[in-house]
Structure formats: C-alpha cells, structure tokens
Write a protein that binds this ligand. Structure first.
Ligand code: PHB
Length: 389
C-alpha cells in the first residue's frame, strides 16, 4: 500500500492533520492502536484557543463547536478566599472556546468517515523504517497480518508513549523534563457549573480548578498526592475538599452530585528536540507535554499541526521544502513559550512540599501583581488565548 503521508496516531493531532491535508488533496492514512470508542472515551481538557478554532474551520469541522461550544471572554483567579477576573476579550480582542477535546476528536472522526479517508484501527507493532531517506515506510500488524505502508512522509502523532519519538536515534534526540511532586484528581459530574467562567484557585490546602463542558456537565480538579488512587477518594470527600479550596461565595453555590468519571493526572513538562528527523515529523504529545494548568496540551499540538500542514502543502503544491525544513525550529519556538506559560502558571497556583515561608510570600506577591498590574494581565491574557502561530 502507498500513501503520501503516513500518520501514526488517531488522536486529535493526527486527525486534524489528516483532515487539513485531505482538503488540499494530499492523501494520508491514519494508524491507530486502539478503537475509535477507546479514543473517544478519554477525558481531556476543554479550552480551545482561537488558533485551533481557525484550524478546525479550515478543516471544515467547526460547525458543531460554534453551535455547542461556550465562548469565554475571561477567567477567574482565586487566592486566599477572593477572586478576580482577567478579561481576555478586553485585553486581546479574543475569547477562548470551552469545548471538550473528546468532542473535537469526535468531529474529526465523523469528518474523516464522511470523506472515506482511511483509518486503520487496532494496529500493533508499528515501526517506522528509513525515515532518514526519501523513501520511508511503515510496517504494522493488524488482526494477525503484517502490512507495509510506503509513503513520502511520516507524521508521528502517537503521543508521549508512542514509537515515533523513539525512532529518532538517541544521539540526535535531546530531552528536557520536569515533573511535579503532585497530581490532579479530576471528576466529571452531571451538575451545572458553579460559575460562568473557569475558576483557578490557589489555597492553603492546594490548587483547585472549576471547569465545565456544558450547562449540565462540570469538570472539577483538586491537587492531590501522586501516591493517591482515584478509588481512595469518595465523591463526598472530593466535594468537601473542593469547597474548602475555592472562595466561600463559590463554595456556597456549588451543586454536587455523583461523579461519572474520576482520574488522577500527573503534572509533567517535557520537550524532545528536534521535532524532525529526515522525513519523520513529531506532532503534539509525541514531542512535548505541558502540565494541564492553562489547558495548553491540545492547543500546542494544534500549532505543530499548523506548521506541519503548511510545510507539507508548500512541498506538494510549490515543490518548496522550506516549510518542512524549518518545521522543527518554528514548532519548537512556540512550544517552549507554551511550556514556559504552563510551568509559570502551575508554579503560581500549587502548594509545593518544600515551599518555604519566603516562597509562599513570593507566590502571593506574584498573584497580587497579576491582580493589580495591567501589563501582567496583558501578558497572561495573550498567553491564555494563545500566542500567534
Ligand atoms: C478542563 O476543563 O479539563 C480543563 C480546563 C482548564 C485547564 C485544565 C483543564 O487549565
């Protein structure tokens, strides 16, 4: 079998890339280890930057997100029982859209099926060959048979644990990592959101976040120990802890109910350089991870997809390799800025085990500066709504 671009991974980055290429008449095959239902069962963040919304529009898959997504013109930051507002629209002219990553993925699968684009599910033992030549190919097993896919390029969109990054020789790869000594315990519940904007709360008991999916579906998180297990947290214990961490006016309005999903996510910053090796290009979590504070994971994957799809289009339409040659450099420049914002916002909002009284004062002063200083709010808003591509 032959295609122009072999896309490893049927998560949102691989699917978005596939759809954008399809619109330009470039053929791609998506290889996914799991089933569609498995991919759609993963709960992820739900804040879309304008840049990602623009890519969804360009891919022709933005109708439902415009219909059902929620436009948020700002966010709330809480500290020591008080909250203040950061007005994205006033500061940057742009809002963000609250719409679950799962829904983005569903829309992309539906679009892919509507145009009969090829997706192979439940593939195993995927291996990328000759990526450093002009004729790469991919092999994989599926339902007991081994297949070979010849291609011009390989897009590695297979996430942090995928094989794409590992295909780049160790002598070429450089990895940078920082892990936090705590996690986020998150729940989804069929209850109305506590507030009409997201609330990021710094409290003496640790961080909390009030987020949402729609009028009757809320997503809440509390900072927890990495050794905790979701099953150790009863719903009652979760709600009680959340209430103690958010301002009293919000706690008083919080509607609680049974959780329909409960999981613990680690907080990790990770970048692997370069993002290109020969004809293999890494996109999204395959090359970088951000801690969830600020919801930059999917949005940063989207900026990679933007640079890669532009580069591939330039190559196929104009015979110009400039965009693919500079892919890694362009993508990484923006990735590192998103890493910086996510790291800084995380360090602003969490309790750290080794935090000294001085460190705590610095954190409080940093939050007060954000509350009181227009330039700092401007910088926050520009990062939150998404830096330009
Ligand atoms: C979420 O809704 O899951 C969410 C929102 C904002 C974040 C992280 C997660 O910063």
């Amino acid at each position: 079998m032959r295609t122009q671009v072999a896309i490893i991974g049927g998560g949102p980055s691989g699917l978005l890339l596939g759809q954008l290429l399809h619109r330009r008449g470039i053929d791609a095959v998506v290889l996914e280890r799991k089933t569609r239902d498995y991919v759609l069962g993963r709960v992820r963040a739900g804040v879309l930057e304008a840049g990602l919304v623009g890519l969804m529009e360009e891919a022709g898959v933005a109708d439902r997100l415009h219909r059902e997504g929620y436009v948020h013109d700002g966010t709330q930051i809480a500290c020591a029982g008080e909250m203040f507002h950061i007005d994205f629209r006033a500061l940057t002219g742009k809002p963000v859209i609250v719409y679950g990553q799962t829904e983005v993925t569903r829309d992309l699968y539906d679009a892919r099926e509507a145009v009969d684009a090829r997706t192979e599910f439940e593939v195993d033992h995927v291996a990328i060959h000759d990526a450093d030549t002009e004729r790469p190919h991919v092999t994989y097993d599926q339902h007991g048979a081994t297949h070979r896919l010849d291609c011009d390029f390989v897009a590695g969109c297979d996430g942090f644990h995928g094989i794409s990054r590992q295909t780049i020789p160790l002598g070429i790869r450089r990895e940078y990592e920082k892990t936090s000594p705590f996690g986020w315990l998150g729940i989804l519940s069929r209850t109305p959101p506590v507030y009409d904007e997201l609330i990021y709360a710094n409290s003496d008991r640790g961080f909390a976040l009030c987020s949402m999916r729609n009028e009757n579906l809320s997503r809440y998180y509390v900072q927890c120990a990495l050794s905790d297990h979701p099953e150790d947290w009863t719903d009652t214990a979760f709600w009680q802890e959340l209430k103690r961490r958010i301002p009293p006016e919000a706690a008083a309005r919080l509607v609680t109910g049974p959780s329909i999903e409960k999981s613990i996510a680690p907080l990790r910053s990770f970048v692997s350089e370069p993002m290109r090796w020969g004809r293999l290009f890494l996109c999204g979590d395959a090359a970088h991870i951000v801690p969830p504070t600020g919801a930059k994971g999917l949005n940063t994957a989207a900026s990679d997809v933007h640079y890669l799809h532009r580069g591939l289009t330039q190559f196929y339409e104009d015979g110009d390799p400039e965009g693919i040659d500079r892919y890694s450099e362009r993508a990484l420049l923006r990735v590192w800025k998103a890493e910086r914002f996510s790291w800084w916002f995380s360090s602003l909002m969490h309790r750290y085990p080794d935090q000294s009284p001085f460190d705590l004062k610095m954190q409080q002063a940093d939050i007060a500066f954000l509350r009181d200083n227009a330039a700092q709010q401007q910088a926050f808003a520009e990062n939150y709504v998404g830096l330009p591509y």
